[in-house]
Ligand binder design. Structure first.
Ligand SMILES: [Zn+2]
Length: 223
């Protein structure tokens, strides 16, 4: 799953409007942000098997980033670091740290829908995955629906955002993400080079987080 993960970021932002949308975008992709460098280091594995699923050719072994137990640990670390670095007052930063922790954890459950059974509960077997990636159109539609419903909830919950101009920024961003997903699934050539795939994945994760941050600032100022 790619842009569908940001549905969780929007929902958590709706639950806790003081949490930064940009940081939530990093949180919800955090284990993927670790996964790509880990493959380059040889700690985890990404093999290219043509036709592995309808969406991509990725045969993955990732006990350290995509195990449920590992995800819980990474989520705790992310929340803990947020708690240490945030300059907010004690009670609000504790609440936001919990939201960030949930953001990191959401990744595993969203991946569970689309991955083939390659997500460990602990370290090795058993591994889970409902395999929606075997149907490209269904994957595209599920990600689209998740994103639209979550963005709608976020706009409804966030008083600052519930103004026309702010809504325009948010919906333009959502549309842009859906377009990128479409290009990624249907138009762009398949990439079997691990280094360039890692670079483009990391650029897109940080670019989306940057845009999310910018959209939030714009919405607050101009909404
Ligand atoms: Zn993932």
């Amino acid at each position: 799953m790619f842009v569908g993960h940001y549905a969780a970021a929007f929902v958590l932002k709706g639950k806790s409007p003081k949490a930064s949308l940009g940081v939530l975008f990093i949180a919800t992709q955090f284990v993927d942000i670790l996964f790509f460098p880990f493959t380059l280091l040889g700690w985890e594995k990404l093999e290219f098997v043509s036709g592995f699923t309808a969406v991509n050719d990725f045969k993955m072994t990732f006990p350290f980033t995509h195990g449920l137990l590992a995800s819980i640990l990474w989520a705790g670390i992310f929340g803990g670091v947020y708690l240490l670095l945030s300059k907010r007052e004690q009670r609000s930063k504790k609440k936001i740290a919990i939201i960030m922790t949930l953001g990191v954890l959401s990744h595993w459950f969203a991946d569970l829908i689309v991955h083939t059974p390659d997500l460990p509960l602990l370290h090795g077997e058993p591994k889970l995955g409902f395999g929606l990636w075997n149907n490209k159109l269904a994957t595209f539609i599920v990600e689209l629906v998740l994103l639209v419903v979550a963005a709608f909830y976020f706009l409804k919950q966030t008083v600052l955002m519930a103004k026309k101009r702010a809504a325009l920024y948010v919906w333009s961003f959502v549309l842009f993400m859906i377009l990128v997903n479409y290009l990624n699934y249907y138009v762009l050539p398949v990439n079997h080079d691990l280094v360039s795939l890692t670079i483009s994945a990391l650029i897109s994760y940080f670019l989306f987080a940057g845009i999310a941050h910018w959209v939030e600032i714009k919405s607050i100022k101009k909404g």
